[in-house]
Design a protein around this ligand. Structure first.
Ligand code: PLP
Ligand code: TYF
Length: 393
């Protein structure tokens, strides 16, 4: 049965993890996979999460099967986190719990494949490495629009609209809500408005991938673009993840939200979403959902820790910028000061990234992505000097 199978190449991010693990140099630096680390390089469980887990263990609720749509309290709280607390858009939305943000993307991909199998999914280049494979696995076609800096650290809208000129009505515009992976470049408010207008005029449906809410400028601030879309457009799809902003990575907690212009359609949409869950994994795991619900419904301690994570990322970014200036870095490298969230895409070639790894034991992706949230305090100067040295080669 398996004799004709060819092994797939390892996910480059995991290959990078392994290379870092096997590197004997004590000063090695892992800036590969997108995980938040504190000043000392650790990724601890949030206090708010530990608190919620203790409360859950004490209450020892039953582990009987849950609904196909997952934890209803999580779904309600996440809908408000995404859309806002007092908005008429809540009346047009249905949310189901999913297996992380990845599961949300796949659930929505399956929904799109059921509703409009001809739709092409437009995704950014550069973009999240898993978007194409995930959408294609659902049988959908994919295409790309460019995602580049306009010179001020924000996304240049014109090339995007140029590429979308080839899109058909009913196509899906997959766009990251904030803290773009891998570039750290986000849309300005004006660009979100213009993009919403474009979708309206050309019949495109936004699918917003929200994997980093709260890690850019704040929970509300990071949702502004999404809310511009949901206020102005009838149909909007949202994939959300609790992995990064709650540090729940391995618990696989996320949600898929669908907004329609016709609230009467919501029960039908829900039944299709439940059918997708049923034929894939039946129901999503409860533990992470129970934790996330606790955080969302008792938000002060979580907000406190989320703010600390966000502030650290911003502090590290500023410190790296200052260290680059001190090392006489070229303007190109200083663009990282203007980026948002966990990542930046460096203006380095794959060869230069290899050199960074070989000569300096610094591990980023070959495309040039580094995880700013993974830089320990005591490595900032060394990283800046290494970047300048490698850039000049
Ligand atoms: N979307 C983007 C843009 C991501 O960077 C990630 C991963 O971090 C995800 C989705 C998937 O998140 P999750 O780990 O919750 O599946
Ligand atoms: O891009 C990243 O680093 C993250 C997470 O196989 C991730 O978004 C996790 C697993 C994986 C690829 C990426």
């Amino acid at each position: 049965m398996f004799s004709d199978l060819r092994p797939l190449p390892l996910d480059p991010l995991w290959a990078l993890q392994n290379a870092h693990r096997d590197d004997p140099r004590p000063h090695k630096l892992n800036l590969g996979i997108g995980i938040y680390r504190d000043a000392h390089g650790h990724t601890p469980v949030l206090n708010a999460v530990q608190h919620a887990e203790r409360a859950l263990a004490d209450a020892a609720p039953s582990k009987v099967y849950r609904p196909l749509s997952g934890n209803a309290d999580l779904n309600a709280a996440m809908t408000r986190l995404l859309l806002g607390n007092h908005t008429p858009t809540l009346e047009r939305a249905v949310t189901v719990q999913t297996v992380g943000g990845t599961g949300a993307l796949r659930t929505l991909a399956d929904l799109i494949a059921s509703a409009n199998p001809e739709a092409t999914i437009w995704t950014s280049n550069p973009g999240y490495a898993n978007h194409h494979p995930l959408m294609r696995a659902a049988g959908l076609l994919t295409a790309e629009y460019p995602w580049q800096d306009d010179g001020t650290g924000q996304t240049d809208l014109q090339p995007i609209l140029g590429a979308l000129g080839h899109a058909q009505p009913g196509d899906i515009l997959l766009v990251q809500g904030c803290c773009h992976n891998p570039t750290g470049i986000d849309l300005s408010q004006e660009s979100w408005h213009a993009l919403a207008r474009y979708c309206h005029e050309h019949g495109l449906i936004p699918l917003i991938d929200m994997a980093y809410q709260g890690l850019g400028q704040g929970l509300t601030e990071d949702a502004q673009g999404l809310r511009i879309m949901t206020r102005h457009l009838g149909t909007v799809l949202i994939a959300a993840s609790c992995s990064k902003n709650m540090g729940l990575y391995c618990e696989r907690t996320g949600t898929a939200t669908v907004l329609t212009p016709h609230p009467a359609e919501l029960p039908d949409v829900l039944s299709v979403l439940e059918g997708i869950a049923r034929r894939t994994y039946s129901m999503p795991p409860e533990h992470g959902a129970a934790i996330a619900t606790n955080l969302l419904n008792n938000p002060a301690p979580w907000h406190h820790e989320l703010t600390a994570m966000r502030d650290r990322i911003r502090t590290v970014r500023a410190a790296l910028g200052a260290a680059l200036r001190a090392a006489n870095a070229p303007q190109d490298l200083l663009s990282i000061e203007q980026h948002q969230g966990m990542f930046s895409l460096l203006p380095l070639t794959p060869d230069q990234m290899d050199t960074l790894q070989r000569d300096h034991a610094i591990y980023g992706t070959r495309e040039g992505r580094i995880n700013i949230a993974g830089i320990p305090d005591d490595a900032i100067t060394r990283l800046a000097q290494a970047l300048v040295a490698v850039y000049g080669r």
